[in-house]
Design a protein around this ligand. Structure first.
Ligand code: HXC
Length: 520
């Protein structure tokens, strides 16, 4: 064998060794838990044959705790560049088979290297997390490694999309890199995230709680809102990440990708003419509206099970991606509260950062009243959504389906918050408050003056009807130009598509500043 072929054989062998990570046994253990390995996950994520690995031969530099005798190529994280639907992405996947995917200094350097390159070329970074946290043997060097990553997460925020998949443990300060990214996806049963684990919780507070109940996918997708998506398993999770990417541009200087669309732009949806119930207190499902108007009825809902009184997510109109924000009358009558305000505000900011137009569907009775909300800071949190809408410079199209009352009317992308096109269905009720509340305030003295119960009820009904006829409609707002047009519900899809086309060249700049001081 020539020296050359000997050297090539050596390379092939080393590559094969690297690809085995922590070895067959640990890979088997990973599979037995229903999990894939780091490289398997990357292969699922990237277009076939597109992945190019960086730093395969990196090993750690720690000598203490006998680590000098334990060296694994790639050092517990697989990093590199590939494509998704033909577009470049950068990816790192933590390899649990090597030191439990724990983060060393060299591990962090590898992640930083691809993040730096992603920023230079303007491509998304996808992080696939499965790690026991800081590599204990490396001590403070590991903490420094995390901070290097955090700093890059922060600099990349709003410049390139960052998506985190959590496919195993993610604990301690390690949670903060995913938390700094745009979207977090967790897998059911196999992933968890918490700042302090069950053992520490018990020793500090006495609370006994399982890993799943403290930081499983169910908890973070329903209670905390930390997780934006939940998948049944690794495969489903990775396909969801590919799908998310299809709605986003590669960076903040690009437009989101427009797809070919066979769904007729002027498709009339007769069901929408009937969807608003006669009784204003009766709910309907705003998802039915979204499915009826979006291309092929497709809607990628974000945080589906958290703050269900508002729906957010991605859809397309004639192939153009949009972010949809819609009050959901099915839950809490679609009221705005602390959680729904925060949920929608962050989504509006994501869309604005990445040039994704926002379509807002309004049916909001107001803000949720009560001491719970006031003590929780609804003033500050409601202001987040108001701020996010007012700051956003992407095309903003608002359709008022039914109620649009009070402060919530202003918040939900009204004309004066630079809504570009504000439409209303004929069923819209745009007013300071609903008829019941208004009559109680305006006619309180007269109502109290009527002794007879039946007479009193009749008077209230008359006044409420009078108020509704006068105010619970879209025509007053349209008269003042606050609503650009009143449209037939079944024609909504066409009107949105035409609006998006008309606004596709929109340029609006906010005044120069270091950054805003939004009410956090
Ligand atoms: C070094 C680690 C490790 C770590 C796991 N391993 N975590 N090595 N540093 N943090 C190693 C184990 O020694 C083991 O090696 C292998 O990875 C697999 O671990 P197991 O314990 O056998 O796996 P499992 O039973 O599935 O348990 C997984 C686990 C557990 C729950 C994650 O390993 C664990 O509790 N690890 C410690 C977690 C932790 O406290 N990390 C520090 C958090 S603080 P062998 O050779 O046997 O295969 C933190 C701060 C970050 O991260 C701060 C950022 C600012």
């Amino acid at each position: 064998m020539s020296i050359n072929s000997e050297k090539i054989r050596e390379l092939v062998e080393k590559r094969a060794e690297a690809r085995l990570g922590g070895g067959e046994k640990r890979i088997e253990k990973q599979h037995a838990q229903g999990k894939f390995t780091a490289r398997e996950r990357i292969n699922m994520l990237c277009d076939e044959g597109s992945f190019e690995e960086y730093d395969m031969f990196v090993t750690h530099r720690t000598k203490s705790f006998g680590l000098d005798k334990q060296q694994y190529y790639s050092d517990g994280v697989v990093t590199g560049r590939g494509t998704v639907d033909g577009r470049v992405i950068f990816v790192f996947a933590q390899d649990f088979t090597v030191f439990g995917g724990s983060l060393s200094e060299t591990f962090a350097n590898k992640i930083c290297k691809i993040m730096d390159q992603a920023m230079k070329v303007g491509a998304p970074v996808i992080g696939l997390n499965d790690s026991g946290g800081a590599r204990i043997q490396e001590g403070v060097r590991s903490l420094a490694g995390y901070a290097e990553i955090f700093q890059r997460n922060i600099m990349a925020s709003g410049v390139i999309p960052q998506i985190s998949g959590i496919f195993g443990p993610c604990a301690g300060g390690a949670v903060y890199s995913p938390a700094l990214t745009d979207f977090i996806l967790m897998t059911e049963d196999t992933s968890y995230m918490f700042v302090t684990g069950p053992k520490v919780v018990q020793s500090v507070t006495g609370e006994v709680i399982t890993t799943e109940d403290l930081g499983g996918a169910r908890v973070h997708s329903t209670k905390s809102g930390v997780s934006h998506f939940v998948a049944q398993n690794d495969e489903e999770g990775i396909m969801l990440i590919r799908k998310m990417l299809s709605y986003m541009p590669s960076n903040n200087l690009e437009e989101p990708p427009v797809l070919e669309c066979d769904d007729a732009i002027d498709r009339l949806e007769d069901s929408l003419n009937e969807i608003i119930p006669d009784n204003p207190n009766q709910p309907y499902d705003v998802l039915d509206v979204i499915h009826a108007i979006a291309d092929y009825g497709e809607f990628l809902e974000v945080q589906r099970n958290f703050a269900k009184n508002i729906c957010i997510g991605f859809a397309r109109f004639n192939g153009r991606p949009v972010g949809i924000v819609a009050n959901q009358p099915k839950f809490l009558a679609g009221v705005l509260d602390i959680q729904s305000s925060i949920k929608a505000a962050r989504f509006v900011r994501f869309c604005d950062a990445f040039n994704i137009p926002i379509v807002t569907l309004v049916d909001v009775p107001g803000f949720l009243p009560g001491s719970g909300q006031e003590y929780g800071g609804i003033i500050t949190h409601g202001a987040k959504l108001l701020f996010a809408y007012g700051e956003a410079t992407v095309p903003k199209i608002t359709i008022t389906l039914r109620k649009s009352y009070g402060g919530a009317h202003d918040v939900m992308s009204c004309k004066q918050l630079r809504g570009d096109l504000n439409y209303a269905w004929p069923t819209a009720e745009i007013a300071v408050m609903g008829a019941k509340g208004a009559v109680e305030v305006l006619e309180g003295r007269n109502i109290r003056g009527i002794e007879d119960k039946t007479e009193r009820a009749k008077f209230i009904q008359e006044k409420e009807d009078e108020y509704s006829t006068k105010f619970a409609n879209p025509y007053l707002a349209a008269k003042y130009g606050f609503i650009d047009d009143i449209i037939e519900p079944r024609n909504t899809r066409f009107r949105i598509i035409r609006a998006l086309e008309g606004l596709s060249t929109k340029k609006e700049l906010n005044p120069p500043k270091k950054h805003s001081n939004m009410p956090l």
